[in-house]
Design a protein around this ligand. Structure first.
Ligand code: S3P
Length: 178
């Protein structure tokens, strides 16, 4: 297993925001798979979904993980909310490093993402129901691959970060921050 730190969790759980803060704190580079895909394809995630469909985007996510396995270790990697669903990706995530699951409730997701236009999967008639359905389907998968689980509802970034560091230190003999 590589020594990257991977952040997984549902849309709106704060993976990118926590990842950026963690990268400052631990002085590690940060990569976000959605941003990587957008950069490599020069299109937004929404455009990729619209032009080529979800299947193509999911394939791009797998290729992203394969690329990251070839890159130098020691990165913070935040991944799109649906990436861990493919079983192939679950294996790749485990190979990449320590998987931290930011667990969020449907209520918080709906509050945070109300009016969001950037997430194609939530643009239908009843986004609340969609969030509920996707969350129910995905939660067991997130939990099955997580090394560390952090509940994030109603917590500040400072609290989330200190829980992340504390749980990482419990698993290792070394301090997480130097
Ligand atoms: C998706 C989550 C999004 C993005 C795409 C699909 C999903 O990323 O990858 O819209 O299937 O949950 P975030 O989790 O960063 O919003």
């Amino acid at each position: 297993m590589r020594n990257n730190i991977i952040l997984i969790g549902f849309m709106g759980c704060g993976k990118t925001s926590v990842g950026v803060r963690l990268s400052y704190l631990l002085k590690k580079a940060m990569t976000d798979t959605d941003k990587m895909i957008e950069r490599l394809n020069e299109q937004t995630v929404a455009e990729i979904f619209e032009r080529y469909g979800e299947g193509t985007f999911r394939q791009m996510e797998t290729e992203c993980l394969q690329k990251l396995l070839q890159e130098p270790e020691g990165q913070i990697i935040s991944v799109g909310g649906g990436l861990p669903i493919r079983s192939e990706n679950q294996e790749l995530l485990k190979q990449l490093g320590l998987v931290i699951y930011l667990r969020v409730t449907a209520k918080t997701v709906c509050e945070r993402l109300s009016g969001d236009m950037s997430r194609p999967l939530l643009q239908g008639e009843n986004p609340e129901q969609r969030v509920q359905e996707l969350l129910e389907k995905r939660t067991p998968i997130y939990e099955s691959i997580a090394d560390i689980v952090i509940d994030v509802d109603e917590k500040s970034f400072d609290v989330i970060l200190s829980e992340v560091v504390e749980k990482m230190e419990e698993r290792s003999d070394e301090p997480a921050c130097n």
